[in-house]
Design a protein around this ligand. Structure first.
Ligand code: PLP
Length: 461
């Protein structure tokens, strides 16, 4: 007797702890994992996923409130994405990047058509970090300048320039791999670096700080300012009104390129195709990955303005990747656009975010003293947990290695025990379910978070 039949018709059985043990044993013996001390981890074996849920080999079910790494926007095993891979694999599984191909061209066209005014072309990469590497390289060649300004509390990926751009502890152990990177503070009213008390003050002071940074570094040495439109992993930091247009004005004043890193928030997460469209920002380069095809096949890229495109019209662009514009990946990207339109994904995200999530989080913030602040947009939210609402001391202080300590682990354990796979980073419990989630599942997940916050409240002094 089988427990489930997968999309290929193959039957699988759960309840075989032996199977689960074997997967675990091979993993522990042979797989080297990211960001981890290899002997300190015990990754959960996953057998199957469907929609907003996944299961281990023993049949334990999890409701995914993290969309894996905030990439699974259309959920597991979406039939439209699976069919796109199958159809493309049957026709042309791979082709090198210097050749033209229907799905590659179609996806680039759809992306440009949904992008900022003046967008011209798309360079495809394998993921988010290399998209940022290439965006920086384009900005440097375009301007003839070397420095790049990046914000603290950002994550831009883990390749050489991308990890140096990153403004949080994951950079520490890697040192400085790109000498041209300079960090500055962005707006974050709850922990304002500028002693601001209102969003207006925060915007004004953050922009004054950025202008000072530009002047002290030398405007004619700065190629680009890179920013996550809505800072993702480091707290779903939604920019205050006027901030991003203010960055645009400074970039125009000093001839600097703006790179919007939309790897985490692009493709519907905040309720627009791209998050910058909700904040009145006109970027010059936009990096994307994750949501472009929900990660079914690795894919990322850079959307390029006409002006920067023209820099490389007669002069060759010095860079490339064997798998740039991979047909299997592009086929799933094209299917993503179709599915977004057919399933009215953006409307759903805006409706569920404003009607279900925001009011519920407001209620949780009032009920639980451990919730210092909640913030977000669309289906991307963060609960910032504190041990003391007055001092705002984080529930987990940053420790030397940036690892989460006991209190947050207890909150995570409470979520998992109740069948919810949460997205947790430092002292924040973040909410990022697949965008196809039903209202019923969304409410069920928020109920589990409500109960887990009782555990967090136990640490409040
Ligand atoms: N930029 C942002 C904002 C991200 O959140 C991430 C990954 O989480 C990256 C870049 C790196 O993307 P990748 O892991 O695909 O290299």
């Amino acid at each position: 007797m089988s427990d489930f039949t997968d999309l290929n018709g193959a039957e699988h059985s759960f309840g075989e702890s032996e199977a689960q043990r074997e997967v675990r044993a091979n993993d522990r013996q042979y797989v080297f994992h990211s960001w981890s001390a290899q002997d300190a981890i015990n990754p959960l074996p996953i057998a199957k996923g469907e929609g907003v849920r996944f299961w281990d080999y023993d049949g334990t079910e999890y409701l995914d409130f993290s969309s894996q790494l905030v990439n699974l926007n259309l959920g597991h095993q979406h039939p439209g994405l699976v069919a796109a891979i199958q159809e493309q694999a049957g026709r042309l599984a791979t082709i090198q990047p210097a050749m033209a191909n229907d799905v590659r061209g179609e996806l680039a066209k759809r992306i440009v058509e949904h992008s900022f005014e003046g967008a011209r072309s798309v360079f495809f990469t394998n993921g988010g970090a290399d998209a940022n590497e290439y965006a920086v390289r384009m900005a440097r060649h375009h301007t003839g300048r070397q420095k790049v300004l990046a914000r603290y509390r950002s994550y831009h990926g883990s390749t050489a320039t991308a990890i140096t751009l990153t403004g949080e502890p994951r950079r520490w152990a890697n040192g400085t791999l790109d000498a041209g990177v300079v960090h500055f503070q962005g707006p974050y009213l709850y922990r304002s670096a500028f002693y601001a008390e209102t969003p207006e003050q925060e915007t004004e002071r953050a922009l004054a700080h950025l202008e000072q940074t530009i002047q002290l570094e030398g405007p004619n040495t700065i190629a680009a300012i890179i920013l996550e439109t809505v800072t993702g992993t480091n707290g779903v930091l939604v920019p205050p009104p006027g901030y991003l247009p203010g960055v645009r004005a400074l970039a125009d004043k000093y001839g600097i390129v703006i790179i919007a890193d939309e790897v985490m928030v692009g493709f519907g997460r905040t309720g627009e195709w791209f998050a910058y469209q909700g904040f009145d920002l006109r970027p010059d380069l936009v990096t994307f990955a994750k949501g472009v095809n929900s990660g079914y096949v690795p894919l990322g890229g850079v959307v390029i303005s006409e002006e920067i495109h023209q820099t490389f019209a007669k002069t060759p662009f010095p860079g490339g990747l064997t798998y740039s514009g991979h047909p299997l990946a592009c086929a799933t990207g094209v299917a993503t656009f179709d599915i977004f339109e057919e399933e009215r994904i953006l409307e759903r995200v805006n409706d569920l975010g404003s009607r279900v999530v925001e009011p519920r989080l407001r209620e949780l913030a009032a009920k639980h003293p451990s919730v210092g602040e909640f913030r977000g947009k669309g289906l991307f939210w963060s609960l910032e947990l504190v041990v003391d609402p007055e001092t705002r001391e984080p529930l987990v202080p940053f420790n030397a290695t940036g690892e989460a300590a006991a209190p947050m682990n207890a909150v995570v354990a409470a979520c998992k025990a109740a069948g919810l796979w949460p997205f947790v980073h430092f002292n924040r419990l973040q909410i990022a379910p697949p965008l196809i989630i039903s209202e019923e599942d969304l409410v069920a997940g928020l109920d589990i978070i409500d109960a887990a916050l009782d555990v967090a409240d136990g640490y409040v002094t």
